[in-house]
Ligand binder design. Sequence first.
Ligand code: ZN
Length: 156
Amino acid sequence: MEDHHLPMEEQTFHFEIDMYLVVRCPSCEKCWGTKGKPKSCPHCGIAVRDDLEILSTTDSATELQQEVAILNMPENLRDQMREKMSKSVEINTEPSTNQIIKCIRIAAENDVIRLDRLSGALRGSGISISAFDVAEEAVSQGLLMRSNDGNYLLLQ
Ligand SMILES: [Zn+2]
């Protein structure tokens, strides 16, 4: 019966272009992350085809790194590591405006933002951008104003 056959497309490589894929090498069985079609394995160098095993997909580079790191660990360590990682703060290299504003509000004391406090708020949210850069960006967006003493004033 034709209906019982999987259409060929479903067995081949389909992905959103903006997604990272975590794939496994059919030869050395190591995993790596890729954006777009991989041509060869970065671990053993073997040429790979489109029908690589996809273990997971993500649109976050941070998640991708974690996922690849975990998958390349011995199996008995993986669960332990997953647990550890979910408890630690995720590093956020591309925070949304809302996350930044949240940090600024956390840092504000009577509408005054000191960089050391902002720095702590950012760190607590896993944001790796420096407090100074965040503050200057907020100034350019009309959210903060520089004050004479090196601090910033919350405008909104
Ligand atoms: Zn390989």
